[in-house]
Design a protein around this ligand. Structure first.
Ligand SMILES: *[C@@H]1O[C@H](CO)[C@@H](O)[C@H](O)[C@H]1NC(C)=O
Ligand SMILES: *[C@@H]1O[C@H](CO)[C@@H](O)[C@H](O)[C@H]1NC(C)=O
Ligand SMILES: *[C@@H]1O[C@H](CO)[C@@H](O)[C@H](O)[C@H]1NC(C)=O
Ligand SMILES: *[C@@H]1O[C@H](CO)[C@@H](O)[C@H](O)[C@H]1NC(C)=O
Ligand SMILES: *[C@@H]1O[C@H](CO)[C@@H](O)[C@H](O)[C@H]1NC(C)=O
Ligand SMILES: *[C@@H]1O[C@H](CO)[C@@H](O)[C@H](O)[C@H]1NC(C)=O
Length: 881
């Protein structure tokens, strides 16, 4: 209906208006805004407080390097002394250790219940009988293979000693010259070897054990008194014909995947390959899973070095004889200073919290968009001249601005209070990530807004999404990310859900800052994106692509369904210049409407033809084209259905004011309400004072003028006014008319009124509307000429002379028609073509000489007369038919 070629208000005028509207909306929701903005601050403060609490807990003595009250100088008073010697394994991590203790090198020996025995799933009969498990006396088995069996057997014999030689005055050294092992799990450091602090015996591996083979040793290492049980375990070397046999045997004994009874663990296995007297070539199997790294990223030590030393020493002895020894004396850590335990909470909890903080904006944008839809603000703004393009651009820019300000204050605040999450990661990387994400989020909100028409529903769904995404991310998705065996493709597929890509990005930031804090280095840098385990690159790519795709889909859906423009789903395939008329109806209905065409008055059917013509050849000069619209109020409670509007066609060029006249209930308001029903509602809504409380303070008349002024603000092409001057004093009415007259120059105005004066002053054309159809249309003069082809003659005499007056009139005009008479006052209609005004004066002068004339008058027909005539005529016709 609206014409696209008209100059709209400039982009900046629209932007300015929309911005002010938004600002007003924000001001009105100031409390919500304060709550929204304070959310990230509260989260950050909460993190800082928790961090402080955790730090104070970590700084407690029980978490620090072990200390004790010791009487150092023998005066009976104790002094606090700290150091490794008072620590347990956990506290040792923070102690200063300038001279780390020396520990004998150990083999990793399987625990007695896991040691290899004869089973039905292995063909070898040289393994010990299963009965040894119950007594805990199973030997620990070594497997050997190689190209030369005799050489292999010599080397194996050299490795396992026949006896255990302990020098009580130098226990550590003598443990090193024997073969000792432990079934405890190694730690990440060797400051305190768990084998000597776990309370279980270490094993001395011998070729044969006597019955009472457990002895106790004690030694002092770094002022720590170590009491240690040493029990004998038989070392059993077994030859296998090939390395594949060994592989098979080790594999079948694996603890996982087998029931307990089938576990068969070996100490180690050696393949001597092509070794001979000139070259030594060996490969060693060992179990790298034997380490205590429950979830920690740091690498646990594995007891391998002694395995290498053992076979090297055996080869040396094969070459040089048993007198030569290659002794592996001790294992010792690097010295270290005192450290503090530190745990960066913002990196640990940040992912979940920050996901919530950022997602918060989604329901905010969503509800704001749905609010505009629910309150019909969007359609109203459109009515007032706001184009789709500017609406999108301005709203988008507005939300982007809000999001960026929100994110900026979030990052700045987080950095100021020192959260490592923000300070350690590269700021430009953070900016790019947040920028892309908020854009994606705004596009998503536009898309989601198309699905909602109720603010409350959208708010509920929005917040469920926020919290659901955070929780799913934190308690499900995160495990998939951490599980390195989980297929990467599936993770990327999950990241297609924008909430998860946000979560992943924040997770990567938090990991980087956590490790950076832990290792005392920095967080994520641009260069780290090329790192294959860093998921940030995929996330950025996914988000950029989704941003554009989602924005496009949202715009498309908006154009098709929600903007009220009624475009077909394939609108973009059509020529944009020829927008279909809103009032266009399916051609099927045309058949039925012909019934009315026959009854149309010539001027009305002429208008109908004009409309048909305009529909075939659209022209930009017409602001409104109405093609045969109807409205039927369905019958209720047994009453027949009422045709409020029957087949009305109308074309209004720009700059015309069209007046609708008609008795009450003629269908005027129904007409201007239709297929523009929405827009009218919003006009009424707006005029009715919903827009601004201040309007309530004006008087009724002021309000009307205000609403007319408001309706003209946006430079709309079409303005509807429903009885605009009703109830105004003459002065106000005049000024209102002046406004309307000025305003009509560039737009089409449809105006309903009961004031004939108003219609005559303002309207270029009038239509008289009775019983749902136009009875006639034309400019006021034409109508008067057409329907008022008569003068109205009024004369008041005493009632005795009424007859005389009538005779006089009949004489003047035989076709005169008495339209009114009451106690001496009579009104006649005199057809213009039958009389001359001079004759009337003459006749009256004559009459005055014959009887007393109290008053008389001759008037041209008024619009009022036309109206009454047309209305009566049409109603009479309807009653007859
Ligand atoms: C295997 O090793 C032994 C001991 O060194 C050696 O005497 C023998 O010749 C070797 N056999 C072969 C086939 O190389
Ligand atoms: C035991 O160790 C001490 C100190 O290293 C040494 O003096 C002594 O000779 C050793 N005894 C034996 C029997 O090796
Ligand atoms: C290994 O080889 C020897 C000699 O070739 C043979 O006697 C023995 O049965 C083989 N062992 C197995 C388990 O195949
Ligand atoms: C290696 O050690 C792990 C952990 O102690 C154990 O579960 C597994 O069975 C061992 N594998 C073999 C082949 O002994
Ligand atoms: C050691 O053994 C491997 C496997 O049999 C062989 O590929 C390699 O050439 C050998 N190295 C030497 C120095 O003989
Ligand atoms: C790993 O170390 C922790 C503490 O250091 C200990 O509680 C746990 O029992 C160890 N696990 C194994 C399998 O030794």
């Amino acid at each position: 209906m609206a014409d696209s070629s008209l100059d709209p208000a400039s982009f900046w005028t629209q932007a300015n208006a929309l911005l002010r509207k938004n600002v007003t909306y924000q001001k009105r929701n100031i409390k919500t805004n304060i709550r929204l903005v304070s959310f990230p601050f509260i989260i950050c403060l909460l993190l800082v407080l928790l961090q402080g609490f955790i730090n104070s807990q970590l700084d407690k003595p029980s978490n620090n390097c072990g200390c004790a009250c010791v009487d150092t100088n023998g005066d009976g008073k104790c002094q606090k002394v700290c150091g490794l010697q008072y620590s347990d394994l956990d506290q040792a991590a923070t102690c200063p250790i300038p001279n780390p203790p020396e520990w004998p090198p150990l083999l990793q020996v399987p625990a007695p219940e896991y040691r290899a025995v004869r089973t039905d799933f292995l063909p070898f009969t040289d393994l010990p009988n299963e009965s040894c498990r119950s007594s805990g006396s199973c030997p620990t088995t070594f497997l050997f293979t190689g190209n030369n069996q005799s050489l292999g057997q010599i080397l194996a014999g050299n490795m396992i000693k026949a006896s255990f030689n302990l020098n009580a005055s130098d226990v550590v050294d003598s443990l090193a010259t024997n073969v000792v092992g432990s079934d405890t799990y190694p730690q990440t450091t060797n400051f305190l070897d768990p084998a000597f602090f776990s309370g279980v015996p270490i094993y001395n591996v011998q070729s044969r054990c006597s019955s009472n083979s457990t002895l106790s040793v004690s030694f002092q290492e770094f002022s720590i008194n170590v009491q240690q049980e040493v029990s004998c375990v038989q070392g059993l070397p077994l030859w296998r014909n090939s390395s594949s046999e060994i592989n098979n045997e080790l594999y079948k004994g694996y603890r996982k995947g087998n029931s307990e009874s089938k576990i068969n663990e070996f100490t180690a296995a050696y393949d001597f390959l092509n070794s001979n007297g000139n070259s030594f070539n060996v490969s060693i199997w060992y179990n790298s899973t034997y380490k205590n790294d429950s979830g920690q990223a740091s690498i646990a030590l594995v007891r391998v070095p002694r395995l290498v030393n053992l076979v090297s020493n055996a080869y040396l002895q094969f070459l040089q004889g048993p007198g030569t020894q290659m002794i592996f004396e001790f294992v010792k850590e690097m010295p270290k200073p005192q450290t503090k335990l530190r745990l960066d909470l913002s990196s640990l909890l940040g992912t979940l919290f920050f996901t919530w903080v950022i997602l918060q904006l989604f329901p905010v944008i969503l509800t704001s968009l749905v609010y505009e839809k629910q309150q019909k603000l969007r359609i109203m703004m459109k009515m007032h001249g706001l184009g789709d393009g500017p609406y999108w651009m301005i709203s988008y820019a507005y939300f982007l601005l809000i999001s960026l300000v929100y994110m900026l204050s979030f990052v700045i605040f987080g950095s100021v209070i020192g959260l490592k999450f923000f300070t350690l990661n590269d700021y430009s990387l953070q900016f790019v990530f947040y920028f892309i994400y908020v854009n994606l989020q705004i596009s998503l909100a536009f898309l989601a807004a198309a699905m909602f028409s109720n603010v409350k529903t959208s708010a509920v769904v929005g917040y469920i999404c926020v919290f659901g995404t955070g929780l799913l991310g934190g308690f499900l998705f995160q495990f998939f990310i951490q599980d390195t065996s989980f297929p990467r493709g599936w993770i990327i597929a999950m990241e297609l859900y924008p909430g998860f890509s946000l979560f992943r990005g924040l997770y990567e930031f938090s990991q980087a800052s956590f490790m950076g804090n832990f290792l005392g280095t920095r967080g994520m840098r641009w260069g780290d994106l090329s790192d294959s385990v860093n998921g940030m690159r995929e996330v950025l790519i996914i988000m950029v692509v989704e941003w554009f795709v989602v924005l496009f889909i949202a715009y498309y859906i908006d154009q098709v369904m929600s903007s009220g423009s009624g475009k077909s789903p394939l609108f973009f395939l059509r020529n944009f210049g020829k927008k279909p008329s809103t009032f266009r109806r399916p051609s099927l209905q045309r058949q039925g409407s012909k019934v009315f065409v026959q009854l149309d008055k010539p001027d009305v059917s002429q208008e109908r033809e004009k409309v048909e013509q305009l529909l075939l050849e659209p022209s930009s000069s017409h602001a409104i084209i109405v093609d045969d619209i109807k409205k039927v109020y369905p019958g209720k409670d047994g009453n027949p259905a009422k045709f409020a509007v029957r087949g009305l066609s109308l074309a209004l060029p720009r700059g015309e004011c069209f007046g609708m006249l008609g008795p009450n209930g003629a269908g005027k308001t129904s007409f201007i309400s239709m297929a523009v029903e929405e827009s009218l509602k919003s006009v009424n809504l707006f005029n009715g004072g919903v827009a601004d409380k201040q309007a309530g303070k004006y008087s009724g008349g002021m309000k009307r003028r205000l609403s007319v002024a408001i309706s003209l603000i946006g430079d709309p092409k079409v303005v509807y006014m429903d009885e605009p001057s009703t109830g105004l004093d003459p002065a106000s009415r005049n000024s209102l008319w002046n406004v309307v007259k000025r305003a009509k120059q560039d737009r089409a105005i449809i105006l309903t009124t009961h004031s004939m004066e108003e219609a005559e002053v303002l309207c270029d054309r009038l239509g008289i509307f009775v019983d749902g159809s136009l009875q006639c249309m034309g400019n006021p003069k034409e109508l008067k000429g057409r329907y008022g082809g008569s003068y109205v003659f009024t004369m008041t005499t005493s009632s005795d002379h009424e007859q005389d007056v009538e005779i006089m009139v009949r004489h003047l005009s035989p076709q005169a028609n008495k339209i009114y008479h009451i106690s001496g006052t009579q009104k006649f209609e005199l057809p213009k073509h039958e009389i001359r005004i001079a004759d009337v004066f003459q006749a009256v002068e004559n009459a005055k000489s014959r009887f007393t004339v109290f008053a008389w008058g001759l008037a041209d027909t008024t619009l009022e007369d036309v109206f009454i005539k047309v209305a009566r005529g049409a109603q009479a016709f309807n009653v007859l038919s």
